[in-house]
Design a protein around this ligand. Sequence first.
Ligand SMILES: C[S@@+](CC[C@H](N)C(=O)[O-])C[C@H]1O[C@@H](n2cnc3c(N)ncnc32)[C@H](O)[C@@H]1O
Length: 469
Amino acid sequence: MAQWSEGYVTEVEYIADCFPELAPAHLDLALLHRGIAFPDTHAGFNYLELGFGQGITLAMLAAAQPQGRFFGNDFNPSHVLGARALAESARLDNLTLFEDSFAELAARDLPPMDYIVLHGIYSWVSAENRGHIVALIRRLLKTGGVVYVSYNAQPGWAPKAPMQRAMMEFAARHGAETLAERFSAARDFLQSLSRAGAAYFAHNPVAQEQLDGLWDLNDAYLVHEFASENWVALHHADVVRDMAAAKLSFAGSSTLANNFPLFSIPPEIAALYQSAEDPAMREMIRDFAVNTQFRRDIFVRGARHLDATALDGGYRELRVALRRPLADCAFEARLPVGTVNLDCSVCEPILAELAKGPRSVAELAALPGLAKVAPSTCVDSVNLLLCLRYLVALQPCEMTALACERTQAINQAMMTRAVAGRYVAALASPLIGSGIEVDRGDVLFLAPVLQEHRCRSLPGPRCSGPGSA
Ligand SMILES: C[S@@+](CC[C@H](N)C(=O)[O-])C[C@H]1O[C@@H](n2cnc3c(N)ncnc32)[C@H](O)[C@@H]1O
């Protein structure tokens, strides 16, 4: 390990993926679901990503949200070079990238932030670095600001701890030249142990499942996941305590279904969950109930609860679109609690209307086909469809118009990468205000279409109608 790496992997670059759950519009939606106020982004906002990796998420956001000023740090110069090249080719004048460690970033003169996000960081760095992160949040987050922090969680991740240790020990003694080769060999070693009947796997079926899952990971992911010296699976209650030092309180989850006990807590455990008064205790019950492996927590500095009028207004103005073809929206669907059957009488008209284009919830509630349905039932159905990822929340119309040209520039850059055979996992969407996951094949398929069309020739977003005036 290089000296500056502080126990983190630097030999292999991280994967160039995009995580739309870090987008302000997505975080705001999760807060709306929890009835908590979120920053007003119309007049501009500041956003900081700690440890941006390849910077794809951050670049997509900067392209699709021209009213925002985006900042990020990563101490790996290869990551910073790659992210800066993308930012330059997409002409992102609202994105500033620092080649800083978390400790070094503290010395920067940065503006107060509305959002601070860190994905895939907190349970891979040392306790000292977690302390630097909390100190940065304490100093930089505005009152009312939002933090997203994801981490490997207890108890679901726990069976991996002995495996991670065994892989580290094996890889340290293996003669292969590259880290990827050593960890690939370490994975094979665990499989040999299991096949030879090692009781650990026989007694822990989940560990065996997790071991089998390691073959789905590419080399870069495998080493970034397992080769950190500071690897740990965290209890939510400990993260709550850490964040309290930055005056933050837990506000919800970026995994939308988790904001609704009905969708995310098994019915047999619902009474136990509801009986716990302390939110951290509730989350612990959740984590045991569904054996959580990974958490995407949202914290706020000062939780302001929306009254009924504000909540109603927030939903009426919420604009949504289909995120998959209508034919792929099954009426029997899977949630963490099991299979749910959608109420066709409500969901069918909603989905059919959205197949024509984006709509606000107020517009959907006013559909003739929903005349006999209470507005709250329409909101509940939209929320369920959002949790199922059939729908996606959109950013305000005026932002979409501003973002069109900019997203075109970054999408051209992604196409150039795809044509050159490079890994591409997202395109920027001016509608949702962030990147949206695609694969390289999709990008190559879309390339001629994207090249031919300019934003002005695309149908403009529909902004008229109740709720979006
Ligand atoms: C698992 S990757 C996640 C990257 C990105 N957030 C994403 O989700 O694509 C962790 C990142 O944190 C960076 N990192 C680790 N320790 C760091 C430190 N002490 N200071 C700054 N960056 C660090 C690594 O270089 C790496 O890019």
